[in-house]
Design a binder for this molecule. Structure first.
Ligand code: GLN
Length: 304
């Protein structure tokens, strides 16, 4: 049997010694205060065994990792119609790039770049009664943890500096791919990105994607075909213009956020979350990627 705890411990020992930890995101000012030396990992197997190391229970800003949960909720609410408004192709460009959106008439390449996630946020604003409250309750239920909350300072910090997201939302609006007012959609989007969860809470929230649509408490959230599609999108689009590199080095569907988190999973096997706030040039956690590369190498457990 694989000794997961020993593997996590040895990764931890290696990772904390790495000198170049990348750079903490500073374009959202509130994120710049986070200590770059934080590092944590949490793993849960499909059988419910859990293993952790380091700062695995410290909440941090999940940022773009929230886009997967928002997409899941949108699919639950409106099903396949999501794909009339967002495509399923990797963009090969940074998460906040706008050029393609203009060329492709307001249909974002995928739901994990910012413009695509803003369309998904629009769908949630249209279909949830109290969007922010309902979405928070959805994440709490998925994770089985009622203590999860938004960090409103982070949401505000992003609102006052989110010029590119305003540009994206306005461009979408001009192409008639945003039904609600720009301010309403972005207020929701900034809050979803400002959810604060720890590695263990994220692992719990994403468990249903490794478990054929069923959360740890055995509630069926999505069907297997729906889950397979979300996992396919994480593999091809979860790391923006570094999706190829992540598949090449780690070999798992996953999603990063500029808060320094990465969640990755092997269907029917396990979910793992890492947190290391320093980012590489593509906006993905530098040490998180390194740790996950080591994890799939040591365990020999990747989709390939
Ligand atoms: N909230 C961030 C933004 O919109 C999310 C980016 C990310 O995590 N890649 O810029």
């Amino acid at each position: 049997m694989t000794d997961f705890q020993a593997i996590l411990n040895s990764i931890y020992t290696k990772i904390i010694k790495v000198k170049d930890k990348g750079t903490v995101a500073s374009y959202i000012p509130e994120l710049a205060h986070v200590d770059i030396n934080n590092f944590g990992m949490h793993l849960q197997t499909i059988h419910g065994d859990t293993f952790s190391v380091g700062a695995s229970s410290t909440p941090f800003s999940i940022q773009s990792m929230s886009k997967v949960l928002a997409l899941s909720k949108a699919i639950e609410l409106v099903g396949e119609t999501v794909w009339q408004r967002v495509d399923v192709e990797p963009s090969g460009h940074p998460f906040n790039q706008l050029a393609l959106l203009e060329v492709e008439s307001g249909i974002p390449r995928n739901p994990f770049i910012n413009s695509g996630a803003i369309v998904i946020a629009d769908i949630l604003v249209s279909n949830l009664k109290n969007p922010k409250e309902d979405f928070l309750n959805y994440v709490r239920a998925l994770a089985g943890d009622a203590t999860i909350n938004y960090n409103t300072d982070v949401a505000y910090s992003e609102k006052i500096t989110g010029f590119k997201n305003y540009a994206a939302a306005n461009l979408l609006k001009s192409f008639n791919n945003l039904k609600n007012p720009v301010d309403d959609v972005l207020d929701f989007y900034f809050h979803q990105c400002a959810l604060a969860l720890s590695c263990s809470q994220i692992t719990n929230a994403f468990f249903f994607l490794a478990n054929r649509g069923r959360c740890a408490k055995d509630h069926q959230y999505l069907t297997l075909p729906q889950v397979k599609r979300i996992n396919a999108l994480m593999l091809t689009c979860g790391f923006y213009d570094e999706a190829g590199e992540f598949a090449f080095e780690v070999g798992l569907p996953g999603k990063s956020g500029v808060g320094g988190g990465i969640v990755a999973l092997l269907p029917n096997n396990y979910v793992i979350t890492t947190w290391a706030p320093g980012l590489n040039k593509k906006g993905n956690s530098k040490l998180g990627m390194l740790a996950l590369e080591q994890f799939t190498t040591d365990t020999n457990k990747s989709v390939f």
